[in-house]
Design a protein around this ligand. Structure first.
Ligand SMILES: [Fe+2]
Length: 340
């Protein structure tokens, strides 16, 4: 009886912990969006977005990532499977997109809307792009020139500046794979599934029409939230491309060596050393700058140099294993300092 009770309780606890993402409802019926036809909206929302949600739930369950938040899944996209990367982005990006589309938005000009809202967004747009029209042109250009499927973004960067960028597939600027990092406050879906039935292959016509239902009051709210969001600091700390590049080569040499396969390490020790030199001379993200980090980077470079020297002298496997383990330990010390 007691064991049955324990089983029952653990089943309840595991259900409470189980992450289940779900499809958000649209604010309007499918046929209310005007410049985007009803069928496109229906398929886009109920089939494509639902598909991302279903596949994301399946992937997080299969990979035991149920306790991770959607932000966590995306932040470390380079470490995730393709299924988690594509579908976490697919879910997040579309959820943002639906929020921005409002066919019954206030019928004054976008500029008037922004000026009447108590938000710094309009001032920042003028500072950064000269005018709202210039910003729209810049976003349209980013969207039109995105090769294949993807998204165009207006983001708040860790320095709390506005920036326009684009990303392929379902990636987004929260992800560590993105060149420009930040919190998206406006995203334009440029997958053909977003416009194909009405606009066929004419992405430019779709991009010209989308502004009539894009609600800048929502963008302003997102901006106000983004500039206060602690996620900006996390992104700034995590945005260290040289560390990622070093980690990639380390993972590809250390893990085989652990399993007694020394070929990758013996052929790539000088590459690892070069990545350590580049890492030490790279710009350390400002929130991470400390004597401890700088000291660890110096030790990492020195240890990689010693490892490379041993490999070139054709030292025994157990000698180079000991040295790569020391490299690995210093790397994790740096990672630990990044997450403090
Ligand atoms: Fe889409």
């Amino acid at each position: 009886m007691k064991s049955l009770l324990i089983l029952f309780l653990s089943a309840i606890i595991s259900c409470l912990h189980a992450q289940q993402f779900s499809l958000p409802e649209l604010s309007h019926p499918y046929d209310a969006y005007g410049v985007i036809d009803s069928k496109t909206m229906e398929i886009h929302h109920s089939k494509h977005h639902q598909g991302y949600v279903n596949k994301l739930n399946k992937a997080v369950k299969a990979e035991s990532l149920e306790k991770k938040s959607l932000i966590d899944l995306m932040l470390y996209a380079s470490y995730r499977s393709k299924a988690v990367r594509n579908n976490s982005g697919g879910h997040y990006n579309h959820t943002l997109f639906w929020e921005l589309l409002n066919p019954s938005k206030v019928k004054s000009t976008d500029e008037q809307v922004l000026k009447t809202i108590k938000s710094k967004l309009y001032i920042e747009i003028v500072n950064e792009f000269g005018s709202l029209d210039n910003l729209k042109t810049t976003l349209n250009k980013a969207a039109a020139t995105r090769f294949g499927s993807g998204w165009a973004w207006l983001v708040v960067t860790p320095q709390k500046k506005l920036a326009v960028t684009s990303s392929p597939n379902q990636d987004n600027p929260i992800m560590d794979v993105s060149e420009v990092r930040g919190i998206p406050i406006l995203g334009i879906d440029v997958w053909e599934h977003a416009y194909y039935l009405k606009y066929q292959n004419k992405r430019g016509d779709y991009l010209g029409a989308i502004w009539s239902i894009l609600d800048w009051s929502v963008v302003a709210k997102k901006y106000n939230m983004a500039i206060k969001d602690p996620l900006l600091l996390t992104i700034e700390k995590e945005h260290w491309p040289s560390l990622m590049e070093f980690h990639k080569v380390l993972a590809q040499t250390f893990h085989p060596a652990e399993k007694n396969d020394f070929k990758p390490l013996r052929t790539r020790s000088s590459e690892l050393f070069a990545k350590a030199i580049l890492l030490k001379s790279s710009v350390v993200p400002s929130p991470l700058m400390s004597p401890e980090i700088l000291g660890a980077l110096s030790r990492l470079e020195k240890q990689c140099g010693a490892l490379d020297k041993s490999v070139r002298k054709n030292a025994k496997n157990k000698v180079i294993l000991k040295k790569i383990i020391a490299v690995h330990d210093i790397f994790h010390e740096i990672q630990g300092l990044c997450h403090d």
